[in-house]
Design a protein around this ligand. Structure first.
Ligand code: DX5
Ligand code: ZN
Length: 226
């Protein structure tokens, strides 16, 4: 089976935030497929990261696709703010949503891509009936809250089962894997059925950003893996 090239979405919350403009230029030079924009609210997850004001500035600074992942307790209350601030894809956590179907409809009405993220403990079947309304599903392979945590290989059967289900039902859903992606597991994740890999620590590792992105692309296309 030939795999489509996997998309790489660096998580800029893991970048040097004091040099965000330069980091964006490097990601443009590396022709990344999207920027993954992690929002943490200090409630759903422990840390506070970047939010609406920074998203507005990033939106003004780049044409790259902005994949906004809101790890917040109240997505129903804040979703419009992130749509207006310039998200291209907006993913909220199913564990936090009051009315997930309505949220998806609001995102689509705004002309944006709708996504749902699942914590490691959440079964993909919890969103089975929403799949016709979704553009993207983010499967967490760490517990959300921090970059540079170890990748949970115990999520691999979930990725495969979900990808198989989507294929069997002709759902053209972008399957995003988020958490601890590295050169050593990118190939395996692509084979399991991931279509996009989020990468924080693997891209922002103190080295050359473009080389790190290219190495991940190569690893995803290759046969090495856990
Ligand atoms: C986890 C975030 C991830 C993460 C990615 O809370 O949603 O996007 O920071 O960073 P790495 O690739 O270092 O796990
Ligand atoms: Zn994320």
């Amino acid at each position: 089976m030939t795999l489509n090239p996997i998309k790489i979405a660096p998580s800029i919350a893991a970048a040097n935030l004091l040099c965000l403009g330069d980091e964006l230029k490097k990601l443009e030079a590396a022709a990344v497929d999207a920027i993954h924009f992690d929002v943490m609210d200090g409630h759903f997850v422990q840390l506070l990261t970047i939010g609406v004001p920074i998203l507005e500035q990033v939106r003004a600074a780049t044409k790259l696709h902005l994949d906004v992942h809101i790890m917040v307790t109240n997505p129903d209350a804040v979703i419009d703010d992130y749509l207006q601030a310039g998200a291209d894809t907006l993913s909220f956590h199913i564990e936090a949503a009051q009315h997930a179907h309505r949220l998806c409809a609001r995102i689509k009405q705004a002309g944006k891509r709708a996504g749902i993220a699942l914590n490691p403990a959440t079964h993909w079947q919890s969103i089975q009936y929403l799949l016709p309304d979704l553009d993207q599903v983010t499967l967490m392979t760490v517990n959300p809250g921090y970059s540079r945590q170890p990748h949970l290989t115990t999520m691999h059967p979930k990725i495969r089962e979900f990808a198989d289900f989507c294929r069997a039902h002709n759902y053209a859903i972008d399957i995003v894997v988020d958490g601890g992606v590295s050169l050593s597991n990118a190939g395996t994740l692509a084979k399991l059925g991931a279509t996009t890999l989020v990468a924080g620590g693997a891209v922002f590792n103190g080295g050359n950003t473009e080389e790190a992105v290219n190495a991940l692309r190569k690893a995803a296309a290759g046969s090495t893996g856990i």
